[in-house]
Structure formats: structure tokens, C-alpha cells
Design a protein around this ligand. Structure first.
Ligand code: ADP
Ligand code: TYD
Length: 202
């Protein structure tokens, strides 16, 4: 019995982290074994790459390749083994982040990103992706109150508007996989939407 693969996406500050633990707990209450993990990260090696990606200046190609290096390690050592033994994997970001940030945000080579995805995980995309959708200025306001900016969060509003538009296009292209969440709604309203959807996953 294979587990389900669920990802949370959205621009920084849209509200993903507010719901991740809560969502994993709903699945556990429903009797599932759950791995809550994140990208870039989720293994010792990938967490080391994450620290570099979020902290060190680098060119756009290095950034893109390190994202996939971290992803390969994470898939190989944690995600695939978990899914194979029936564990449900809830992942804070996945390849949609690469398409939105390195593709739309950085205006990078989308076709090469798709090629890398086809190479690293031809057989594996999330069964469900929650997209937290929020205008970039509001996400920036929320972040500014919550924490100091990392290398991505230091980008300007125009960058995050491109990332948001990139995500919206991905969601339009795959309406069965994506559930778009209006992140302007209250935390309680959003939890209602997540709980209903979570209950519908088999
Ligand atoms: P992300 O993980 O997407 O970067 P967070 O979950 O860390 O975002 O949320 C960023 C900030 O916005 C936090 O201070 C959080 O408390 C606040 N926040 C989250 N969801 C909402 C919401 N629905 N309405 C108002 N503020 C929110
Ligand atoms: P995140 O875990 O959401 O950061 P935080 O803990 O600060 O909320 O994501 C880390 C950053 O990495 C985020 O700014 C988006 C970026 N990122 C990419 O640019 N491409 C990717 O493929 C991934 C997975 C993340």
C-alpha cells in the first residue's frame, strides 16, 4: 500500500507554516502514518544545502542545480522509502516551488526545470498540492512582522508578483492536483477548507 504525497506551496509569508503541523496531525488522527518534511531540506545533506541556498550569494544556475541536488537526496533517502511503506508524506514545498521561483521569479529556463524534474522524479508528483494564494504586498507585510528576511525573502515585490503569477498558472494547468486557498481568509476558515479536503483524500 503506497502512501499519499501532499505538498504545500505559496509565496513566502502566505501562511503555509501556520497549517503544516496542524494538517499532519489531522492525518495522524485519521490513522495515517505521516512524515512531515520540507524542501529544500529533509535530510542532513539537503539541510546543509538549504543553509547555503538561503544564506549565500550564488548565480541562478547554481541555485537551480542545488535545489535539485537537495531534492534528489531527499527523495532517495526519505520520501520514496516513506511512500513505499504506506506513510503519507506532507512536504513544505516541492518542484512547483522551483517552477515558480527559479522559473517565473528569476525568469529562468522553465523547459530545463521540467527536464530536470522528469529526470529526478518522472514517476512522482504530489497527489494533492495546496496553493496559498496572497497578493505579494500583503505577504511582505506579514513576513516583516514575523521574522528577518532570508536571501529569497529579500527579493522585491515585483519578484514575488511573478512567483505568484507562476503558481497561479501551474494551478490552472492542473486543476485536479491543486487546491487554491485564498490566504486572505482567516486561519479558522482555511483550516475548515483543509480539513474537508483532507477527509476526502483516500
Ligand atoms: P509561510 O510559511 O507561508 O511563509 P507563515 O505561516 O509563517 O507563512 O505566516 C506568516 C505570518 O502571517 C505569520 O506571522 C502568521 O502568523 C501570519 N498568518 C498566517 N496565516 C494568516 C492568516 N490567514 N491571516 C492573517 N495572518 C496570518
Ligand atoms: P520556506 O521553507 O518556505 O522558507 P521559510 O521557512 O523561511 O518560510 O522556503 C525556503 C525558500 O526557498 C523560499 O523562499 C522558497 C525557496 N525555494 C525555491 O526558490 N525553490 C525551490 O525549489 C524550493 C523548494 C524553495
Amino acid at each position: 500500500m503506497k502512501g499519499r504525497f501532499i505538498s504545500f506551496e505559496g509565496i513566502d509569508g502566505a501562511g503555509k507554516s501556520t497549517h503544516l503541523e496542524w494538517y499532519a496531525e489531522r492525518l495522524r488522527e485519521a490513522g495515517r502514518a505521516v512524515l512531515l518534511t520540507r524542501e529544500p531540506g529533509g535530510t542532513e545533506l539537503a539541510e546543509a544545502l538549504r543553509a547555503l541556498l538561503l544564506g549565500e550569494a550564488m548565480d541562478a544556475r547554481t541555485e537551480l542545480l542545488l535545489m535539485f541536488a537537495a531534492r534528489q537526496d531527499h527523495l532517495e533517502r526519505r520520501v520514496r522509502p516513506a511512500l513505499a511503506n504506506g506513510t503519507w508524506v506532507v512536504c513544505d514545498r516541492f518542484t512547483d516551488s522551483t517552477l515558480a521561483y527559479q522559473g517565473s521569479g528569476r525568469q529562468g529556463p522553465t523547459e530545463r526545470i521540467r527536464d530536470l524534474a522528469d529526470w529526478i522524479h518522472p514517476d512522482l508528483w504530489p497527489d494533492r498540492t495546496y496553493l496559498f494564494d496572497l497578493p505579494a504586498p500583503e505577504a511582505l507585510r506579514r513576513r516583516a512582522q514575523a521574522r528577518p528576511a532570508d536571501r529569497f525573502e529579500a527579493e522585491d515585490v515585483a519578484f514575488f508578483e511573478r512567483v505568484r503569477a507562476g503558481y497561479q498558472a501551474l494551478a490552472r494547468a492542473e486543476p485536479n492536483r491543486f487546491l487554491v486557498i485564498d490566504a486572505n481568509e482567516s486561519i479558522d476558515r482555511i483550516r475548515l477548507v483543509l480539513a474537508n479536503d483532507c477527509a476526502s483524500l483516500r
